[in-house]
Design a protein around this ligand. Sequence first.
Ligand code: 5GP
Length: 194
Amino acid sequence: MNKKGILFVITGPSGVGKGTVLAEVRRQKDVYFSISATTRQPREGEQDGVHYFFLTREQFEQKIAENGFLEHAEFSGNCYGTPAAPVDAHLEEGTDVILEIEVQGAMQVHRSRPDAVRIFLAPPSYAELEKRLTGRGTETEEAVRMRLETAKHELTLAPEFDYVVINNTVEQAVADVLAIMQAEACRAQRVTLH
Ligand code: 5GP
């Protein structure tokens, strides 16, 4: 019988380094990385269908109405959602899937997919997060302020998750995430003995 893939959800405040850590995890592990839909404007260098599916609000709402999202949330004035069909197709064929999403969406996944493994990536401190988000230079001052406000609340939700990884150094955080993935694959309920 075909073994199903494991659904991993990686969340954490904006600027914590989810993208950097996951780029490295992806290099080292054969997983399907979900491509989200968003209503925000593309940043320089971002391509439709590669980094995100860039949708209008009408297109996004249409997809919600069709039940096309595994989860969706509003973040900093824009909508973000995980298209359900490609995620389910990969899980069915036995490939592990990673969602990189913000905290509200990650909480929703817990309700709709209780078997998902949810990892919260945390900064070493709030001051460090502030420094990283400001230094990134991808957002306006107002957007940075909004994201930092949201982050304050998000950090209080970390204990609700299955695992917390502190992103002190990228190398250690990547090692931690890979170790969690390895351990989850060996969970007794996922292993079939022949
Ligand atoms: P950004 O605008 O910086 O690309 O993303 C903002 C936040 O939205 C990040 O925390 C990112 O992880 C999150 N995000 C990206 N895709 C999704 C998604 O499909 N669903 C949810 N809930 N959040 C997402």
